[in-house]
Write a protein that binds this ligand. Structure first.
Ligand code: GRF
Length: 212
């Protein structure tokens, strides 16, 4: 298997990815519009990424990601906090689901929940997250707003391993985005997300190489 030389990455969208046989078995955890889910599906369909999405798990029953999964016949599970007495029992349910679908790598793309040791310990180094800043700067929910308020000239996005501490795990890949004069949160987020769609599959492949 060829390995990805992260240091050489200047144009993430044209880097070819290592092959995985059998294909990587993924679950995507989301609660937003699902643009990263769509990017992963497109990379799979174009055969850039040797993976299959075994299931989509959402915390918001009305999120856009569901429609995308339905279109591609990906099973969808809705897991909302109302059904559980605490975070640990919700995470135990997630672990059970992930085992039932025979998932080996978990992709958090807009999963707006704090995860506990129950999930982390069962999938150690097998959960990755995409975050809209150059970590360790601007952790948390308001990453894009905080980047603008702090008047940074460059921000971006990061794919990292998930640990219990929010947005803190090992960084797998990043892409930089210039902040323009007059940028609004919406404009900047749009450019950051277009970079997210280029690096998400690279992050998956880097994490996947460690499993095989
Ligand atoms: C992404 O911007 C990601 O960085 C953040 O949540 C957003 C999810 O967007 N964690 P989408 O649902 O993939 O469009």
């Amino acid at each position: 298997m060829n390995s990805i030389n992260i240091k050489s990455i200047t144009s993430p969208n044209i880097i070819s990815l290592p092959r995985f046989t059998p294909k990587l078995k993924l679950a995507v955890l989301a609660s937003g519009k699902g643009s990263n889910l769509k990017a992963i599906i497109e990379d799979i369909l174009s055969k850039r990424l040797d993976a299959e999405i075994k299931c989509l798990i959402v915390s918001n029953p009305n999120c856009g990601a569901i429609e995308i999964a339905n279109k591609h016949l990906i099973p969808v599970k809705v897991v909302t906090s109302n059904d559980f007495i605490n975070r640990e029992s919700l995470d135990q349910h997630l672990v059970n689901l992930l085992h039932a679908y025979n998932v080996e790598l978990v992709i958090m793309a807009g999963w707006m929940r704090i995860v506990t040791h129950i999930l982390i310990d069962s999938f150690k180094n097998k959960i990755i997250n995409i975050h809209p800043s150059l970590l360790p700067s601007f952790k948390g929910k308001e990453a894009v707003k905080n980047a603008l308020n702090n008047k940074v000239k460059i921000t971006g996005c990061t794919v990292h391993i998930v640990e219990e501490e929010v947005d803190s795990g090992e960084i797998l890949i990043q892409s930089a985005v210039q902040v323009n004069t007059g940028d609004t949160e919406e404009l900047l987020l749009k450019r950051i997300q277009s970079q997210e769609h280029k690096i998400i599959s690279l992050g998956i492949a880097i994490a996947g190489q460690r499993l095989r």
